[in-house]
Design a protein around this ligand. Structure first.
Ligand code: PLP
Length: 418
């Protein structure tokens, strides 16, 4: 690395180690929106042409319902759908029969709260953390109210990390579930889930662990066996797949202890007038006609992701994140929240005297898409002592130019607002 002086920005660092992944051309959204700088990837990611093609292929070549008909078209659709289950399973080192397709992370957590939560009783305890997305809070609140269960929170430290030391005082013989995000959608903090789970299972191996992988799925190599979690949930749309589809991993032996979530076609073995028996898992949890095209597109997205290779993605995104942080730190009124070493490519910040809403609205006039708000993490906002932040979240298709253009325009916006 070398340094030089820039008239406008002062001393800046020139990096010789920049390598671009250069995949923007795979994403038609960018050719249709030439100036778009898309920095809201924690919310949803853009879709490569191969995924869009796969959706078109399904609807134009073999659209039919799955698991129920004998004709050729239906066999192709069923085969493609079940192949996606294998792709998803391989991706997180699970068994194919441990993967349930849902509408996404939110539905997966609701399914667990309903189906596995059915086994909980009054005074049982669930441990979550202050940095959870609302979808990993509200289902537990509902269950707690129905069953008189207690919810406890792992606090966060000022640097945005979980206060792991507090866990030993928060779990006890009544603790039945610990449900944690792998990576914060607001701060980018990556939680050391392997270490946390090891500690908890050492205390009591019966405590079940749910990991919310909505953010980590795109940025961390996931191996559910190594993590040793009981449930792992994620959404297709955050890893370049279609919306309306997600995956729920459940350790095989737990599936038998769980009642079905939705009732109807396909989830049954035999239906009598007043009683029925259930299909085998995972189909027991996939009632009705599934999001067939989306599931097939989800598999294609993972194939595309695998070709890029998570190691390349990580190296590239970390480099962009470091440059972004370096540049944001140059701007005096910017306050970055909870930046730590082990962090995914997400950064939350506020600017003195500038409301996050105004900042994002003004940046939009330059075709820069960033988020402002509470990011569905109001308990975290309360711990951070703020109501809203601006959030920039990067993905493998972002370029160095995206980062520099964003920071340059942010400096302009600050001048306008002051
Ligand atoms: N959990 C985390 C950490 C998230 O970031 C999100 C979405 O932003 C969700 C859960 C909910 O995901 P979905 O809206 O796809 O169900």
């Amino acid at each position: 690395m070398e340094s030089r002086y820039d008239d406008r920005r002062g001393k800046i660092t020139i990096r010789n180690d920049l390598v671009e992944l250069n995949i923007k051309n795979d994403f038609p959204i960018f050719s249709n929106n030439k100036d778009l700088i898309y920095l809201d990837n924690a919310s949803t990611t853009q879709k490569p042409q191969v995924v869009i093609n796969k959706l078109i292929e399904f609807y134009t070549k073999y659209n039919s319902n799955i698991h129920r008909a004998e004709y050729k078209l239906a066999n192709i659709a069923t085969k493609e759908y079940e192949e996606s289950r294998q792709i998803v399973a391989d991706f997180i080192n699970a068994n194919k029969l441990e993967i349930i397709f849902t509408r996404g992370t939110t539905e997966s957590i609701n399914l667990i709260a309903y189906s596995w939560g059915n086994n909980l009783y009054e005074d049982d305890e669930i441990l979550i953390s202050e940095m959870e997305h609302h979808s990993n809070i509200i289902p537990w609140q509902m269950l707690a109210k129905q069953k008189n269960i207690k919810i406890k929170y792992i606090p966060i430290l000022e640097n945005g990390e979980l206060d792991i030391k507090s866990i030993k005082d928060l779990i006890n013989d009544k603790t039945k579930l610990v449900s944690l995000t792998h990576m914060s959608n607001t701060l980018g903090t990556i939680n050391p889930v392997n270490k946390i789970i090891k500690k908890i299972k050492q205390y009591n191996s019966d405590i079940k662990i749910l990991i919310d992988g909505a953010q980590s799925i795109s940025h961390i190599d996931i191996d559910v066996k190594k993590i040793n979690c009981d449930f792992f949930v994620f959404s297709g749309h955050k890893i370049m797949g279609p919306t309306g589809v997600g995956a729920l991993y459940i350790k095989k032996k737990l599936m038998n202890e769980m009642v079905p979530f939705l009732m109807g076609g396909q989830m049954i073995k035999e239906v009598n007038k007043f009683d029925s028996t259930w299909n085998d898992s995972p189909w027991k949890f996939e009632a009705g006609t599934s999001n067939i095209a989306q599931v097939i597109g989800f598999g294609e997205a993972i194939n595309y992701f695998n070709k890029l290779d998570i190691k390349n993605i990580n190296t590239y995104e970390n480099m962009l994140l470091n440059i972004l942080i370096e540049r944001l730190k140059e701007i005096k009124p910017v306050k970055i929240y909870g930046h730590i070493k082990n962090q995914g490519p997400v950064i939350s910040f506020n600017i003195k005297n500038c409301h996050p809403y105004d900042v994002s609205k003004l940046l939009d006039t330059y075709n820069i898409a960033i988020r402002s708000g509470h990011h569905c993490t109001q308990t975290l906002m309360k711990s951070l002592g703020t109501d809203y932040t601006n959030r920039v979240s990067l993905y493998a298709y972002n370029s160095l130019n995206d980062i520099n253009y964003f920071v340059d325009r942010l400096i302009d916006v600050i001048k306008i607002l002051n």
